[in-house]
Design a binder for this molecule. Sequence first.
Ligand code: AMP
Ligand code: ZN
Length: 135
Amino acid sequence: MRDDNCIFCKIAAGEIPSAALYEDEDFRVILDLSPASKGHALIIPKEHYRNLFDLEDGLAAKALVLAKKMTIKLKDVLECDGYNIVQNNEEAAGQTVFHFHMHMIPRYKGDKVGLGWHMGKLEEKDKEEILNKLK
Ligand code: AMP
Ligand code: ZN
């Protein structure tokens, strides 16, 4: 499966140059062109899936294992202090490239990477509604 209009399909296939850190039969891992911090990288499957909602289960599992391996290796190379794994699904959640990918964002003490949210309060009615609807 591939989408001829998709830039990540082309990058994953090696048809558009990228700074590739790793490649196997399922994935290419590249440096992000607009990094949030030094070493910000993307795990990109070679097959086209819009996002997590339609990603094949086997690839979903492999992607997380690959993120684990890559971050363990990269944290020594980059000498960073932590890592965020970020994965955006749909425009409302900040997805801009509609080919599944996982961000691996190295964190350095005192860096200015703007990830985070205002912490709210779990409302009783929200909790009841969600738990009931999931039954
Ligand atoms: P998202 O907002 O989760 O869809 O993330 C898309 C990411 O892809 C952004 O961090 C972009 O900087 C990055 N990006 C877009 N085009 C390229 C490219 N040609 N090479 C490397 N990274 C890219
Ligand atoms: Zn694609």
